[in-house]
Design a protein around this ligand. Sequence first.
Ligand SMILES: NC(=O)c1ccc[n+]([C@@H]2O[C@H](COP(=O)([O-])OP(=O)(O)OC[C@H]3O[C@@H](n4cnc5c(N)ncnc54)[C@H](O)[C@@H]3O)[C@@H](O)[C@H]2O)c1
Length: 246
Amino acid sequence: MGKLTGKKAIVTGASRGIGLAIATKLASEGADVAILSTSVKEDLAAKLSAELGVQVKSYACNVADSETVQNVFKQIIADMGTVDILVNNAGITRDGLLMRMKDEDFDAVIATNLRSVFLCTRAVARTMMGKRTGRIINISSINALHGQAGQANYAAAKAGIIGMTRSNAMEFASRGITVNAIAPGFIGTDMTAAMDEATKEKYAAQIPLGRIGKPEDIANAAAFLASDDACYITGQILGVDGGLNA
Ligand SMILES: NC(=O)c1ccc[n+]([C@@H]2O[C@H](COP(=O)([O-])OP(=O)(O)OC[C@H]3O[C@@H](n4cnc5c(N)ncnc54)[C@H](O)[C@@H]3O)[C@@H](O)[C@H]2O)c1
C-alpha cells in the first residue's frame, strides 16, 4: 500500500514538468489525482490511471481566474467526493529588465503565480476544515529568496507565496491542515529549456551537488510533505536546490 492510498489530491499546472512529476508521484503512492492545466489532457490522465491503478482526471482551469477556480474546484470536489491534498504548482515567467517590463507582464505573473495560490487554497479550505485535516503545498522558488535580475515580477510572486504559506499555516493549524512551500532551485523543465547550453552549464557549475535538478526531485519532497510522516511540519519553506541556498 502506498503512503497516500485513498487520498484525493489536486495538482495545478500538472500537464508537464514539475507538476506532472508531482501528480505522477502522488498517484504512484496511491492517491487519486485531479490534474489541472490550461487545457484538458484526457490522454495523459488515462495513461496515468492505467499505469498507476488510481483515478487520474484532467480538468482545464485557468488558476488566475476567480470564477473559473470556484467552478472547477466545486466540480472536482464533487467528482472525487473530497480533497485531502492541494499542490499549488502552476506558474509562468515573463522575464524582462524592470525598466522595460510591461504592466501586463507584471500583472500576468502575479495573477498566475500568486493570486492563484490564494484562489485555489480558498477553494479547498472549507472541505479541509470540515475534515479537520489537509495538506497544502505551494511551489515557490529559490529566486524568491535570492532575487534574480530580470525577474522582479516572478521573484515578487514567489516571495509572496512564502508570506502566504506562513500566514495560512497559522490560520489553518488549529484545523489540522498543514501548509508548506517548496523552493526549487534550477530544475530541468520546459521553463528552463529555453536557456542555451552554455548558460545551463554555468548554472550547473554553481550547484554544490553538481547537477541541475529533475522534476522528480521536487515530486519526492512534495509526496513527503503530503504524507502522514510530515504531520508535524507546517509553515516551512523547504529548499530543494542541490545546495544552492546552503
Ligand atoms: N523549472 C525550474 O527551474 C523552477 C524553479 C523554481 C520554481 N519553479 C516553479 O515550479 C512550477 C512548475 O514549473 P515548471 O518548470 O514545471 O514549468 P512548466 O512551464 O514546464 O509548466 C507549467 C505548468 O503550469 C501550467 N499553467 C501555466 N499557466 C497556467 C494557468 N493560468 N492556469 C493553469 N495552469 C497553468 C502549464 O499548463 C504547465 O502545466 C512553477 O510554479 C515554477 O515557477 C520552477
